[in-house]
Design a protein around this ligand. Structure first.
Ligand SMILES: C[S@@+](CC[C@H](N)C(=O)[O-])C[C@H]1O[C@@H](n2cnc3c(N)ncnc32)[C@H](O)[C@@H]1O
Ligand SMILES: O=C(O)C(=O)C[C@]1(C(=O)O)C=C[C@H](O)C=C1
Length: 241
């Protein structure tokens, strides 16, 4: 796995973050060292899938990146009577995903689709995974997008929504930002890398409060909305139709 050193050059001008070829090459290292609890979330997505992906249904991994969540689903399923559709609008990320899937050599296929998730037709979905993806969708599009997902889900269908969140309380926001940066430093990132990555993400990753996420999921129609994981300003929710 290549090491993420994309923000180590003090001379570089820091453009807005893009999931391009350079990011695709280092993404597993980048996300594991940037999101506290990422590996736990991925493993539990597999566990949830094994209980919730029903026979004859579809499971969608939206904003799949290199397909970590999809591979966790595939390796956890007790049956193969389902379809797994992994969608991302970054071709470099999907090209890396294809290489990893080839190495994975599991039996059941994963359909890789290069598309904006907002343009994907969702049908017969027993499970949808939005693992740190919604935060990159323009905030004004999020409710309609979630409604589109809800409409394509089976009754009792499960949405897993993982997000970096904002805190409405300024002191809490500052505390969690400080703790997140301490986590990244402990993972080997320098102060410069942390600062430059933060600048790169500023206009691209738009976090919202946990309250906003919960209210919007309930407004869209999900009856059960619960936080199942949180570490500082990184959370994962379960929402059931
Ligand atoms: C932080 S990564 C997601 C991590 C991934 N879900 C995982 O579990 O490893 C965000 C991903 O969403 C993709 N993305 C962002 N906006 C998108 C959109 N509108 N349509 C499709 N993919 C999108 C990016 O290309 C990137 O691969
Ligand atoms: O907040 C950060 O520093 C992050 O890198 C977070 C985050 C994310 O939440 O999606 C941003 C982009 C990717 O590099 C992976 C992680």
């Amino acid at each position: 796995m290549k090491k993420d050193e994309l923000y180590a050059d003090p001379q570089q001008v820091v453009p807005d973050f893009v999931f391009d070829e350079r990011v695709a090459q280092v993404f597993p290292d980048m996300i594991n060292r940037s999101v506290p609890g990422y590996a736990t979330i991925i493993n539990m997505i597999g566990t949830l899938a094994s209980r919730r992906v029903t026979r004859g249904s579809n499971c969608y991994d939206l904003g799949c990146s290199l397909g970590a969540a999809s591979m966790a689903v595939r390796s956890s399923m007790p049956h193969q009577d389902y379809a797994l559709i992994a969608v991302d609008n970054s071709l470099p990320m999907l090209q890396q995903a294809a290489k990893l899937l080839e190495l994975d050599q599991a039996e059941s296929p994963i359909e890789l689709v290069c598309s904006d998730v907002r343009n994907v037709t969702i049908e017969r979905a027993s499970m949808i995974i939005l693992n740190f993806t919604l935060q990159f969708i323009p905030a004004e599009d999020r409710e309609d997008f979630l409604m589109q997902l809800y409409d394509g889900m089976q009754d009792n269908g499960l949405l897993v929504l993982s997000e970096k969140i904002a805190l409405s309380n300024e002191a809490s926001q500052n505390l969690f930002t400080e703790m997140h940066h301490s986590f990244k430093k402990a993972q080997g990132y320098s102060d410069l890398e942390i600062s430059q990555k933060r600048s790169a993400l500023e206009n691209v990753l738009i976090p919202e409060t946990l309250e906003r996420h919960k209210l919007r999921l309930q407004k869209v129609g999900f009856t059960t909305v619960e936080v199942w994981f949180q570490c500082f300003n990184f959370v994962s929710l379960l929402a059931i139709k």
